[in-house]
Design a protein around this ligand. Sequence first.
Ligand code: ADP
Ligand code: MG
Length: 159
Amino acid sequence: MKTIITTTPDQTMALGQKLGAALALEQIFFSIALAGDLGAGKTCFVQGLARGLGVDQRYYITSPTFNIINEYPAAGRRLLHLDLYRLGESDELAYLGLEELQKDDTVAAVEWPGLLEETGFKFNLHLKFQFDADFNRIISFLPSSQLHTDLLDGLFSKS
Ligand code: ADP
Ligand code: MG
């Protein structure tokens, strides 16, 4: 596990952007779970992720809390941004057609991933967002395989 503390929104976004830039070079379905309380910086991170993936800056990335899922095209890839906060139970996931979403060109970033995980869905990377005593954000990365550990090592070794 790797942990980074960000002290400003820009830093949270920049971290997401680095991950997005690394993923822009891959051609494999990649799923990211973003866990943490409201206001902890999950959407802010996804805004950076989008920028790193090359999503056009005219798209304003907001929390898809009310529509559950937003889709953004990026060069050669697409970003799916899900927010399952308002999902009542995992049964409702069937309506999202997740099987269909798992294409090689897709990066899926999922806020409030709990219900999805209960169905056995496996994320490639788990991020946990916490506040410290000064309201900085503590962001922890838990990759799920060696492949993605290598990817993260790349992220953290360069500045
Ligand atoms: P979430 O999606 O987890 O509910 P948001 O991404 O909407 O949270 O972030 C809530 C607020 O926190 C935003 O205004 C964002 O700019 C801000 N923020 C993000 N990172 C930091 C940080 N390191 N320090 C202070 N504020 C931050
Ligand atoms: Mg959010």
